[in-house]
Design a protein. Structure first.
Length: 202
């Protein structure tokens, strides 16, 4: 800031006039902004929604200008990809989820609906699991993953004259059918894509 004082004296009436002149330098303000995907930033009624360097001039009530240089970085969308291991049998606790994250700014943190904080969770029962992934800029993405289990396996055996019919419902195909009988009798069918298998042991 520069202050100049100018004095004048008039001899006839010995009157002195003073002129004070104040010069204030314009200021240049750097403005670094890191925003999440889908966000925008407003400077002096200008809205910016893509990454870049923006220069705006602001004028205060005294008519002085400030130049604001905004370095705007808007992150990419956080994408969550999941690799799911379904529960193998009805009622088992062997499901698992592993997620891979791209976009945003690493490193990432994880918070699952069951309280775990890693990108991989195991020993799961059937159900819906939600995860919040947060990047280093505190931007977040949410995903929900469903773990399913097979219907309870329910085999039945039906005899008709000289035929035995094994039926199966539930579980996961293909099935393995096995029949045991007296005197060491054994009959089986593996990799069976049907729901029944019959034999004639009599």
């Amino acid at each position: 800031m520069i202050i100049l004082t100018y004095n004048t004296i008039t001899q006839t009436n010995l009157k002195q006039n003073n002129l004070n002149l104040t010069i204030t330098n314009s200021s240049i303000t750097p403005n670094n902004q890191n925003l999440c995907f889908g966000s925008s930033y407003i400077v002096n009624s200008n809205t910016y929604s893509t990454s870049g360097i923006y220069i705006d001039t602001l004028t205060n009530s005294s008519g002085c200008d400030s130049i604001v240089t905004t370095n705007l970085n808007i992150g990419t969308d956080i994408n969550i990809m999941s690799n799911i291991s379904q529960v193998s049998c009805n009622g088992y606790i062997d499901g698992g989820i592993n997620i891979t994250t791209t976009g945003g700014n690493s490193p990432y943190s994880y918070l699952w609906s069951n309280g775990l904080i890693t990108n991989t969770i195991n020993n799961l029962v059937a159900g819906v699991y939600s995860v919040i992934v947060t990047d280093s800029n505190n931007c977040s993405s949410i995903d929900s993953i469903t773990i399913i289990e097979p219907i309870l396996l329910a085999p039945t055996l039906v005899s008709s004259s000289s035929t035995l019919i094994g039926n199966s419902n539930g579980g996961t195909i293909p099935y393995i059918f096995e029949f045991w009988g007296p005197n060491g009798f054994v009959a089986s069918s593996s990799n069976n894509l049907g729901t029944s298998f019959s034999i004639n042991p009599f």
